[in-house]
Design a protein around this ligand. Structure first.
Ligand code: HEC
Ligand code: HEC
Ligand code: HEC
Length: 476
């Protein structure tokens, strides 16, 4: 079966809410720490975590997951030490070139492999990573699917031109403290937060004028994480940022769903306290950028109150509460009745979910308080996939509910659980959001035509030269 497609790494497990903050705060031991237990190899295991190689290559590094790009699917390859199918024949220098320049020994890599970010990785980290990757279990299996991009992108040497434009180092802000410098290294080069949170320019490179200011990601949106007070995370304390990256949630404020859930599950939750503090300190120091997708400030008095906790923790009692709420909701097509019918069984009558069933509480989340309802509409339409084997997932409602019903639920959720004054999302808005194709930058959209024109031009020029040469000289 073809692996299901996930936009830019919506791939593996999501954080179960069950991971209690207490356990996390004590730090967890690294899985995959090599049996060849040396300092260098253990350091390499940490670098692999911090650089989140597993998000794409898998926890066993065998590859195979597709990464959706506007040009087509690009499959992550096998990077186990298998000599035949993996990178068993790589030298340290080969690994360095692959990571920092996008050059495998035999071909150019597509930037779906985040080498533009790994470009700044230190030699010491690459050495450690190399030592570690040699100790993981070799998997001698070919990939089931190979990357086949359409003309002209099937010419991998095109990437040489792309690299000239996009493989540039950005200047970090001046006057950073030592901690913030470490944070900058982690954010920009290992964790590659910008791959998701920085929008793309016309050639699919990072648009550094909008560094970390938020970007669409398939049907998700990676929000603005600059310190802007209205549209970014300016109101978060450093401690809030640390808690979010460690546990995947910030009570009543944010929940790491989809691709962010994966970044937390595979990577950020394993970072040391010092490294998480460094990231938080650096995120406070980057330029604040205001975007039009503001987060409404919470008027928490508008939130529905949590049910009595004895009921919240009693599933049977909660079922009765839900049934009673449904009975009294009136018209089946009213926003409240629609919410209770479609969402109530998991998120609860009041949005605080069922703690024992570990579904996500949604009260106060920034994702439902944004100026643009797009993320919420997409979550309802497409669901939230990929619960790990222990965490539940959310079904898609695009088929079950019509745009009008989705619009009503969206408004109900934003006002009652988001504390938004007023929400007027219409069926037309929902249709527009659900049918929107990820915006293809101009050059990508027209690259086929541009390249064909280029080829026609070359043929004409060569033809013209031949014609000039062959033309019988005019007798003088
Ligand atoms: C966002 C997804 C993503 C992440 C994260 C990622 N890779 Fe990759 N990687 C890819 C893809 C996709 C390819 C194949 C690219 C292609 O076909 O041009 C690839 C290719 C490679 C290759 C080339 C293998 C070959 O075919 O010769 C190496 C080596 C590699 N990755 C190592 C790593 C390491 C080490 C890390 C972590 C530091 C990492 N990757 C993180 C997506 C990723
Ligand atoms: C694979 C893509 C991806 C990567 C990598 C990633 N993020 Fe995210 N991030 C997202 C998405 C998508 C969301 C929205 C999640 C949601 O609302 O459920 C998000 C949400 C967040 C939020 C919550 C913001 C809010 O207003 O609710 C913070 C903070 C954040 N990310 C910080 C980071 C940092 C720091 C890094 C690097 C260490 C990072 N992210 C790496 C995709 C990503
Ligand atoms: C079968 C249970 C289930 C149902 C029914 C359900 N959800 Fe969810 N929902 C979940 C789970 C589980 C998550 C957290 C997924 C994860 O791990 O990221 C979630 C996450 C969410 C989020 C948070 C998204 C984010 O990451 O910021 C919102 C908002 C949401 N659901 C709204 C709804 C609405 C509205 C409905 C009804 C149309 C609904 N859900 C129906 C289980 C459910």
């Amino acid at each position: 079966m073809k692996p299901t497609l996930k936009p830019l790494s919506i791939m593996l497990p999501l954080l179960a809410l069950s991971m209690s903050s207490a356990v996390m705060a004590e730090g967890i031991s690294l899985p995959n720490v090599s049996p060849a237990n040396s300092d260098l190899v253990n350091k390499g295991a940490y670098v692999a975590r911090a650089a989140d190689c597993m998000a794409c290559h898998g926890e066993d590094y065998k590859g195979g997951s597709p990464i959706a790009t506007p040009m087509g699917d690009i499959y992550a390859t096998n990077i186990t030490p298998s000599k035949r199918f993996g990178i068993g024949k790589y030298t340290k220098q080969d690994l360095k070139r692959a990571l920092t320049e996008g050059r495998a020994p035999t071909h150019r890599l597509y930037p779906a492999m985040p080498y533009p970010d790994y470009h700044g990785m230190t030699d010491a980290d690459i050495d450690a990573l190399f030592a570690y990757l040699q100790t993981v279990e070799p998997i001698d299996e070919p990939l089931e699917y190979k990357t086949k991009l359409p003309f002209p992108f099937n010419f991998r040497s095109l990437m040489i031109g792309w690299n000239l434009v996009n493989l540039t180092k950005t200047e970090p802000p001046k006057n950073l403290t030592e901690g913030q410098k470490r944070g900058q290294y982690l954010v920009d080069h290992l964790e590659h937060c910008g791959t998701c949170h920085t929008p793309r320019n016309s050639t699919m490179g990072a648009d550094n004028n909008k560094y970390l200011a938020g970007a669409p990601l398939g049907s998700w949106f990676a929000p603005n994480i600059t310190p802007d007070k209205d549209s970014g995370i300016g109101s978060w304390s450093e401690k809030d940022i640390i808690t979010f990256l460690r546990t995947g949630e910030l009570e009543g404020r944010a929940y790491a769903g989809g691709p962010m859930g994966e970044a937390v599950a595979h990577s950020t939750r394993y970072l040391t306290d010092t490294d998480l503090s460094a990231i938080a300190a650096y995120l406070k120091a980057v330029p604040a950028i205001q975007t039009d997708d503001k987060v409404h400030h919470v008027d928490s008095s508008r939130f529905l109150k949590p049910l009595n906790t004895s009921i919240t923790h009693d599933l049977i009692a909660q079922k009765d509460v839900l049934q009673r709420a449904k009975d009294s909701a009136g018209d089946r097509n009213s926003p409240k009745a629609l919410y209770l019918a479609a969402c109530g069984s998991c998120h609860g009558v009041n949005g605080y979910a069922q703690p024992d069933a570990k579904y996500a509480p949604i009260v106060g989340l920034t994702s439902i308080r944004r100026e643009r309802p797009d993320m919420l509409v997409n979550v309802i339409a497409h669901g939230v996939e990929g619960a790990s084997n222990t965490s539940p997932s959310m079904p898609a409602f695009a088929k079950e509910l019509n745009p009008e019903q989705i619009a009503k639920i969206t408004n109900y959720v934003r006002v009652n659980f988001g504390g938004v004054d007023d929400s007027n999302v219409s069926a037309v808005d929902v249709e527009r959001i659900m049918t929107a194709k990820p915006e293809q930058p101009f050059l990508i959209k027209y690259a086929g035509i541009l390249a064909s024109l280029g080829i026609i031009a070359v043929i004409l020029i060569v033809g013209f030269i031949i014609w000039r040469l062959m033309r019988p000289r005019r007798a003088r």
